[in-house]
Design a protein around this ligand. Structure first.
Ligand code: SF4
Length: 704
């Protein structure tokens, strides 16, 4: 019998792709979100190359170290954010030492726009084969297809000028490829060009829109991150129509918006909710990465769908996001659909000084418009927050203080005070801009972005450093320090929301809340002020956290003696959150005393009523530094007026109040105590992630 020989198809070798977006987690988790950016890159790669490539994602250094002991990936792609650059670079260096053939690619926004700086970066880290300088999915797939086409010859690939990449040749020349269009921004795949190695345009015909990109949650790529520590991050659209000069997204490249289909977003949200409630019951937060959430028409329907999910699962309790800078009516309508208090509307301001706004190319709505929006927010029972940035070009101490006062009096419940970071790839990074505004900068460690890690079997202390502006030709360093003291005052006495009751007294007497805040601020230098130790410590730490160069800061924290101080929570934290935490959990009676003395000076109040107010305010805060968190406290209130203010009910002769955290807050805090250290750094993390309202007791029952 003749045997017919059939040509046997040889199985191809599966290649291994690592997507690495680490968080520092030695002191505490510094960046607690799921690694969405690289997960999307992984999704694109799975879609284009199917079983030929196994995709693995990493968030924790110890997980990566363990895997690298067993296997070396063929493709090692890592992100470069300001909060993980040095940690990620250290592991990339290790991979190169273990393997010459691995294709090592770095992406992410933390890369300078200045050509010389880019070249220096590549020269300083020669183990990087390519930098992807833009949205990552299309360039990543192009790189990998070229790797296959050129049989893994990386030097040949470097000469091709691949789309959206930078690379350094052996002779020191830096080659840049043409910028690939973003997903959703091209109709014809032939718009993706490459001078040295073309791929048939059809290759990208199924990867043109954001919707062509499978959700990494739905494909299971994110499964390992449901670990009861991290919280999910999602995107419903990409791009921002605004052009703020301090922001990397404020460039023409990001100006158009790419949307995902609503049903895909809803399916993803539902699956995340199911997994979180089953596998991560202690985490009640999700983050939406859209730069302008709720500003677009489809966001209304998305919020309605989220509400259905919230009603069914009681999850998420908190949605972190940056809401839109325009279309206030549309935003309010959308947010009103959500579970009450689960999303805080952000009304970004950055500055109220017209000269500053012009210098940073930003337009704000008018203060009057702002107040109207706040009124509407209050009417609908929503919460709002804003942000201001200290040390922007043309800002003065007076204009900065005015902006804060106006924000407070506009009714905004909370605001964040940032320092002007000099972000890579933003206008503020440019030399001419620095000179024009007399920007003097310093370097400091990013809070919690430091740790001792085993890398290739060797312990290394690694830290991440940011550059911030501390002086300009319109604001001196002393004024910078004064402004920081005001920021701390607003954190304690305004943003925390703990003192809302005081606002009722002020309002009834037509005294602006800002007068109360500025009165407290002015007292902080008084020798008898019981809260002065907190402020003195804060100013000392604010000075001491600054270094004259990145190198100096890195060397300081590399010293085990100094790193030990970080571990002990003595240095290196977010000073505003840390000192808020210290005030709430170590100086709370003193903070209440300062509040009541100030109130009494502005509005004379009877002693009996002050005593009742004191009782109430002391009971407001649940001290998380205690071994057991006390859930309920009962207090007796004599003052009719106070009971009326607190309960909006007419009760004569005072009453007995039961103040409680409630089951959900108690559970959240009890879980948080198992994740974060019991020190000011841990407390400040619990506050910043779960918000201050999680540690405040509310009135549950009043017995007349
Ligand atoms: S609105 Fe926000 S995301 Fe958009 S450019 Fe300005 S700061 Fe950047």
């Amino acid at each position: 019998m003749n045997r017919v020989k059939t040509k046997k198809k040889m199985p191809y070798k599966k290649l291994l792709f690592y997507g690495v977006d680490l968080t520092h987690n030695d002191i505490a988790i510094a960046s607690g979100t799921f690694p969405l950016g690289l997960a999307y890159v992984g999704s694109a790669i799975k879609k284009k190359f199917g079983d030929r490539i196994v995709v693995k994602l990493f968030k924790y250094a110890e997980d990566l170290e363990e895997h690298l002991k067993q296997e070396i990936p063929d493709f090692y792609f890592f992100s470069n954010y300001i909060w993980n650059q040095n940690l990620n670079l250290s592991f990339a260096d290790l991979v190169r030492k273990k393997s010459k053939n691995t294709l090592i690619v770095c992406g992410g926004p933390n890369i300078t726009r200045i050509r010389e700086g880019r070249k220096n970066f590549l020269a300083a880290y020669p183990f990087i084969d390519f930098i992807i300088d833009s949205e990552g999915e299309i360039p990543s797939c192009y790189l990998i297809q070229t790797y296959f086409d050129l049989e893994g010859e990386i030097e040949k690939m470097k000469a091709c000028r691949l789309p959206s990449t930078l690379t350094l040749l052996e002779d020191g020349e830096m080659l840049e490829g043409p910028l690939a269009p973003r997903l959703g921004m091209f109709k014809d795949p032939s718009a993706i060009t490459c001078p040295g190695h073309s791929i048939a345009p059809e290759f990208f015909s199924d990867l043109q829109s954001f919707d062509d990109l499978p959700s990494p949650y739905l494909t299971g790529l994110m499964d390992k991150f449901f670990d009861d520590q991290l919280y999910p991050l999602i995107e419903t659209n990409r791009g921002c129509p605004f052009s703020c000069s301090f922001c990397q997204q404020g460039t023409a490249y990001f100006n158009k918006i790419a949307f995902r289909r609503l049903d895909a977003c809803v399916d993803e949200f539902k699956l995340i909710t199911e997994k979180m409630t089953q596998q991560s019951p202690g985490i009640s937060r999700i983050e939406i990465a859209d730069p302008n959430f709720a500003m677009f028409s489809q966001d209304l329907e998305f919020c309605e769908a989220i509400r259905d999910i919230q009603d069914e699962y009681q999850w998420p309790q908190f949605i972190g996001c940056s809401t839109g800078k325009n279309q206030p009516e549309r935003i309010l309508n959308a947010i009103s659909k959500l579970m009450p208090d689960s999303l805080v509307i952000s009304n970004s301001m950055q500055s109220a000084n017209p000269d500053t706004l012009e210098a940073i190319k930003r337009k704000n709505i008018s203060l009057e418009g702002y107040k109207k929006v706040q009124l509407e927010i209050h009417k609908r029972g929503l919460r709002s927050m804003a942000d201001v940035i200290l040390c922007l070009p043309e800002e003065t101490k007076e204009s900065h203080f005015n902006a804060i006062g106006n924000l407070i009096d506009s009714g905004v419940q909370e605001f964040t005070s940032y320092q002007a970071m000099v972000l890579k790839n933003s206008d503020l990074e440019q030399e001419d801009v620095r000179n024009r505004y007399g920007m003097k900068t310093k370097w400091r460690v990013l809070p919690r972005a430091i740790g001792n890690y085993e890398i290739g079997g060797v312990d290394q202390i690694i830290s991440e450093i940011e550059e911030i502006t501390v002086e300009t030709n319109t604001l001196s360093f002393q004024e910078y320090l004064d402004s920081r003291c005001l920021h701390l005052t607003t954190m304690i006495y305004h943003n925390s929301g703990v003192f809302d009751i005081i606002h009722r007294y002020l309002k009834e007497n037509e005294i602006p809340i800002s007068s109360f805040i500025f009165s407290i601020y002015k007292k902080m230098g008084n020798a008898q002020n019981p809260l002065r130790p907190v402020y003195e410590g804060f100013i000392k730490e604010t000075r001491n956290e600054l270094f004259d160069s990145e190198k100096e800061a890195l060397e300081f924290y590399f010293d085990p003696k100094n790193f030990r101080q970080v571990q002990l929570s003595k240095i290196g934290g977010n000073l505003l959150w840390k000192n808020l935490a210290v005030t709430l959990f170590s100086y709370w009676p003193q903070a209440v005393q300062v509040c009541l003395e100030t109130l009494d000076q502005l509005i004379p109040i009877e002693e009996k009523e002050l005593a009742d107010l004191k009782q109430y305010l002391l009971a407001r805060i649940a001290n998380i530094s205690y071994r057991e968190i006390e859930k309920d406290i009962t207090i007796e209130i004599q003052s009719e007026k106070l009971v009326r203010y607190l309960t909006d009910s007419e009760v004569s002769n005072g009453g007995t109040l039961i103040m409680t955290l409630g089951d959900h807050k108690h559970k959240t805090l009890s879980h948080a105590k198992t994740i974060y250290p019991d020190d000011p750094t841990g407390w400040s993390l619990i506050l910043s992630i779960n918000r201050v309202h999680t540690v405040t007791r509310d009135i549950e029952v009043i017995v007349a």
